[in-house]
Design a protein around this ligand. Structure first.
Ligand SMILES: *[C@@H]1O[C@H](CO)[C@@H](O)[C@H](O)[C@H]1NC(C)=O
Ligand SMILES: *[C@@H]1O[C@H](CO)[C@@H](O)[C@H](O)[C@H]1NC(C)=O
Ligand SMILES: *[C@@H]1O[C@H](CO)[C@@H](O)[C@H](O)[C@H]1NC(C)=O
Ligand SMILES: *[C@@H]1O[C@H](CO)[C@@H](O)[C@H](O)[C@H]1NC(C)=O
Ligand SMILES: *[C@@H]1O[C@H](CO)[C@@H](O)[C@H](O)[C@H]1NC(C)=O
Length: 526
């Protein structure tokens, strides 16, 4: 693949403008997962398959480990509930300064502790320390539990204790959540680690025996909220990273202004490193690897599970007084990645040519006449930055490139998710492959666009612009009745229309569309 991308000089470009920036992380580009037929998750191309295989291996070993986990959980809990805790250096630096004994791990118990203040805590504060738990299982996307009071999280066993819960009921003293917001996709959710929330009864309550669990003692006490999420699921795909993890974390954790501890199930070190900028903007503390964590971490409040509303979108009313919007989310990302351009400047005469980033695919839905298409876009008046998926992933670097542009062009696929880094009033041009794909493509990367403060333009290819022509006659259902292929199931749709074609754009028709985009950007506002 390397060497294919020599500098190309295009007529009419200034030399320095004609630089092909070939950045891009994005094996994610290659992957696509449409939501409109949600049951099946498709992991397409070979370079992704390698990653996918790794993931599947990891996942299935997690699956195999589940029994071991459960066993371990019993062991850990038994051991820990016998209060064999408080080993680690974890404690250093996490202790309350106002406690003389604070360097003694076992004294770091919030309520019901044997610390010096325990009389005080038990007599006065303990009553106020009654915990509250409320869970919401009614969304189609996710389950979440919110809790406050005396919350203790033991990562390795995957248990969250809600100590002395005023909402305690013996019949539902245990709730289970997989903290990833694709509840309707069973196969995905099976790869997400399950977190158990155990309530204990308030003192003196009639517990029916069930509330007799003695909660673990805290080994690390923090005075900030906790949010438990998962980096499992489809985090290798940039669309899913945004849609299933970062946006939901924004909705769930942003309100704490960074003073929040994130704890990740299915912890993926590479993922947390890759998205460190966004994570650091959400929380000023490193993400805790929940799976490996032997500490008992105590918090005054916690959320287990993250909130997701719609594809790359936010239902503002559901965010209450926070009033979150996608425009706000994009502004948050710009700040997290230190992106300088907040809005496209539309005034004429512009100090420079408007700039287009072309998100190019390689293995499927690739442009067979890429160079001609790039030239056509340049002839329509733009400076062009062509970005292929080859170079390994520097999210921040590509975010900066996208932000320097006014327009993003790409064939339907996860790479278009990078639109979140465009400045306000930027334009997204989605090229829709052949096969009755207009609606599903719009659903992922069209419908969400206006709420981001961006503009959306569509270019739907005609039957004479697809390499499917080489494989099927015009009277074949692929051309005569593409929707009949959809009806055969997602696998057929995927292999035929998403994985099975490259595009040869009609350069003149595409150039005309780009010329209109150019006019809409450079025309002075009325
Ligand atoms: C539970 O979640 C649903 C869907 O997100 C929401 O409409 C409802 O208001 C929530 N219920 C409570 C009690 O928060
Ligand atoms: C337990 O059940 C009660 C009603 O029986 C309900 O109000 C409460 O929300 C439930 N708690 C959890 C954690 O599901
Ligand atoms: C976006 O474009 C609209 C219409 O041209 C304009 O009214 C608005 O001020 C622009 N927004 C920003 C942030 O530049
Ligand atoms: C491709 O087909 C469209 C109609 O579907 C037609 O307008 C166009 O001229 C054709 N282009 C070429 C290059 O044949
Ligand atoms: C699309 O193009 C790529 C790169 O040239 C090639 O590897 C792939 O096999 C092509 N796919 C189809 C369906 O033609």
């Amino acid at each position: 693949m390397k060497g294919r991308h020599e500098r190309i000089k295009i007529k009419g470009w200034s030399g320095s403008a004609a630089v092909w920036l070939l950045l891009v992380p994005l094996f994610v580009l290659i992957v696509l997962k449409t939501d409109f037929l949600p049951q099946v998750a498709r992991l397409g191309d070979t370079s992704f398959t390698k990653v996918a295989d790794e993931m599947v291996q990891k996942v299935s070993s997690l699956g195999l480990d589940r029994a071991r986990w459960q066993q371990q959980q019993t062991l850990d809990v038994a051991k820990l509930e016998d209060s064999v805790v408080g080993t680690s250096d974890e404690l250093t630096g996490h202790v309350d300064a106002n406690n003389e004994d604070s360097n003694q791990p076992n004294q770091q118990i919030l309520a019901m502790s044997r610390s010096k203040d325990s009389r005080l805590i038990n007599s006065d504060v303990a009553a106020a320390k009654t915990s509250h738990l409320s869970c919401n299982f009614s969304s189609a996307h996710m389950d979440t539990c919110a809790m406050d009071g005396d919350i203790r999280i033991h990562g390795r066993s995957g248990v969250v204790y809600v100590v002395a819960s005023s909402d305690y009921r013996p019949e539902n003293a245990t709730a289970v959540i997989r903290p990833y917001p694709r509840k309707w996709e069973q196969a995905t959710m099976e790869r997400v680690r399950q977190i158990t929330i155990r309530s204990t009864a308030p003192p003196g309550a009639d517990t029916d025996g069930g509330g007799a669990i003695i909660p673990l003692r805290c080994t690390v006490a923090r005075d900030m909220p906790a949010v438990v999420f998962s980096t499992g699921g489809y985090s290798v795909n940039f669309f899913h990273t945004m849609n299933d993890i970062l946006l939901p974390l924004y909705i769930t954790a942003r309100e704490h202004g960074g003073r929040v501890q994130l704890l990740a199930a299915n912890y993926d070190r590479r993922w947390t490193a890759k998205y460190q900028h966004a994570l650091a903007a959400l929380s000023m503390y490193p993400v805790v690897d929940l799976d490996a964590d032997a500490a008992v971490r105590c918090f005054p409040s916690a959320r287990v599970g993250v909130e997701s509303h719609r594809v790359l979108g936010i239902d503002t009313p559901l965010t209450g007084s926070n009033g979150y919007t996608m425009v706000g989310f994009l502004a948050f990302l710009r700040s997290a990645y230190s992106l300088p351009r907040h809005a496209v400047t539309t005034h004429t005469p512009s100090p420079r040519r408007p700039r287009v980033v072309m998100v190019l695919r390689r293995k499927s839905r690739a442009l067979t006449n890429e160079a001609e298409v790039v030239a056509a876009v340049a002839e329509a008046g733009f400076e062009v930055v062509a970005a292929g998926p080859e170079e390994a992933g520097d999210v921040a670097g590509f975010a900066a490139t996208v932000n320097s542009c006014d327009v993003m062009v790409g064939v339907h696929g996860a790479g278009l998710t990078n639109m979140v880094f465009l400045p306000r009033n930027g334009t997204v041009v989605q090229i829709i492959p052949w096969g009755g794909m207009k609606w599903p493509c719009w659903y992922d990367y069209g419908e969400p666009v206006p709420a981001m403060g961006l503009r959306y333009v569509e270019y739907e290819v005609a039957a004479n612009e697809t390499t499917l022509r080489e494989r099927y006659p015009m009277d074949h259902p692929v051309f005569a009745d593409p929707v009949s292929i959809h009806r055969k199931g997602f696998n057929h749709l995927w292999s035929t229309f998403l994985n099975g074609q490259n595009l040869t754009l009609d350069v003149n028709r595409f150039k005309a569309v780009m010329a209109e985009v150019y006019t809409s950007i450079t025309a002075a506002p009325v």
